[in-house]
Design a protein around this ligand. Structure first.
Ligand SMILES: Cc1cc2nc3c(=O)[nH]c(=O)nc-3n(C[C@H](O)[C@H](O)[C@H](O)COP(=O)(O)OP(=O)(O)OC[C@H]3O[C@@H](n4cnc5c(N)ncnc54)[C@H](O)[C@@H]3O)c2cc1C
Length: 399
């Protein structure tokens, strides 16, 4: 029988970070994951799935020794953030305003996961079950017994643990098996992510223009292209429209982008695209006995402000703090009463960010001319009150 202090189902960005952060406390950790991330090669084309990584997440990845590897591979820092609906309401946030060198980085999700996996593979305290899937689990006497299957040879494996972490994403199987309910809905909008070559070289700005049908955004990417640089464009729209856009050839999509996106985009060449549904989910509890939910397994948020995985990394940090403090105080760290402190630390913060995104979504998709006028005045004013502007910026960056 394999016996662990902690088993994590899901070795994505959040699961991998939580494995390292708990193993660094001296816990014996196991990860169960379907498939391992593909190795990096500098000739690979940029992945479609990228994330805006906040300063707080950068600190966590540095603490876990993953950041220096990402710097050697590829990432793109950005210093400015521009938002507007009507051109006159254009508001720009700058890292200088909060005395930082940058506001964040745009990084491919796979590379974040891979940089953590490199550290995991070197760590004596972590066992990887991969490719493997969870079959079932049961809890009794402060222990969780899991059945998993090795996806290569179909062998069934039994595992025992003091704590089970669900980091298995938005459709979390662990959450379902634990009978933890959730509230949520699907947004009326979907998003298409479009990787492009840009005429401008690597940019230090990420921007977003709001339309009633949904925002359009540019996230700068690293590297030099034939045209100049690279960027990831995000186009939010009604589901049916996104379906139509997805069916276009790269050339046809390019023409649509040039028509709809602001002129500041300049010349582009579409090199890849993919559509994603948008949903909001919030688990009714993040803890049930010895089972804990982290990252998207606990909450999925409208990606408009690029906060999803940043919230997940804050969950990781909070759980590490709870367990380190309990160990330091000589408490039994896996007591449900101790583990419940994790939820107390995270629930309100996650809810606040989710509600803020929902208010933005509702305000900016409202068709009324009066609301439109109000929101443009609001944007303009927010740019003119440095105290409020810098507070909002520091909150978004996690500092
Ligand atoms: C369009 C879009 C844009 C976004 N942009 C941003 C952004 O700019 N910034 C940001 O912070 N966030 C962003 N997000 C959100 C971010 O992508 C997610 O919050 C993040 O991927 C969640 O990470 P996770 O590790 O919790 O879950 P996942 O990434 O879903 O990982 C779950 C892992 O669990 C594994 N798994 C699942 N079930 C099992 C099982 N039964 N057995 C074994 N393994 C299993 C999967 O293989 C996977 O590796 C965006 C989301 C979308 C849709």
């Amino acid at each position: 029988m394999n016996n662990f202090d902690c088993v994590i189902v899901g070795g994505g960005m959040v699961g991998a970070a939580s494995a390292l952060s708990l193993a660094n406390l001296g816990l014996k950790v196991a990860i169960v994951e379907h498939s391992q991330p593909k190795d990096f090669d500098s000739s690979q084309v940029l992945d479609l799935r990228v994330s805006a990584i906040s300063l707080a997440s950068e600190h966590l990845l540095t603490q876990l020794d993953a950041w220096s590897q990402l710097q050697q591979w590829r990432l793109c820092p950005y210093k400015r953030l521009g938002v507007w609906e009507h051109q006159a309401s254009y508001t720009e946030f700058n890292a200088d305003d909060i005395k930082q060198t940058h506001l964040g980085h745009i990084i491919e999700n796979r590379l974040i996961q891979l940089s953590l996996w490199q550290q995991i593979k070197k760590h004596q305290g972590i066992t990887l079950f991969c490719p493997a899937s969870l079959l079932n689990f049961s809890s009794a006497n402060k222990e969780v017994n899991l059945s998993i299957v090795n996806n290569e040879n179909s062998e069934n494996i039994e595992i025992k643990t003091k704590m089970l972490i669900a980091a298995d994403g938005a459709n979390s199987q662990v959450r379902k098996l634990a009978n933890i309910g959730m509230t949520g809905w699907d947004y009326q909008q979907s998003a298409i992510l479009i990787n492009v070559e840009t005429e401008s070289h690597q940019q230090d700005i990420t921007w977003q223009q709001f339309f009633e049908t949904g925002p359009v955004a540019l996230l700068p990417l690293s590297g030099k292209s034939e045209l100049g640089g690279y960027a990831s464009l995000v186009w939010y729209h009604k589901k049916a429209e996104i379906k139509k856009l997805s069916a276009l050839s790269n050339q046809q999509l390019q023409a649509e982008v040039l028509q709809k996106f602001p002129k500041r985009l300049g010349k582009i060449k579409v090199i890849g695209k993919g559509a994603f549904p948008l949903s909001r989910r919030h688990a009714n509890t993040y803890q049930k006995g010895q089972v804990l939910l982290l990252g998207d397994a606990a909450h999925t948020i409208n990606p408009m402000a690029g906060q999803g995985v940043n919230l997940g990394f804050k969950d990781v940090k909070a759980l590490q703090t709870v367990i380190a403090t309990a160990i330091g105080n000589g408490e039994c760290w896996y007591e449900p009463e101790v583990l419940s402190r994790y939820e107390s630390m995270r629930r309100k913060d996650n809810l606040l960010m989710m509600s803020t995104m929902d208010s933005l979504y509702a305000t900016f998709s409202h068709p009324s001319p009066a609301v439109k006028l109000f929101r443009n005045i609001g944007l303009t004013m927010s740019g003119k009150i440095p105290f409020l502007k810098n507070k909002a910026l520091a909150y978004a960056c996690g500092v």
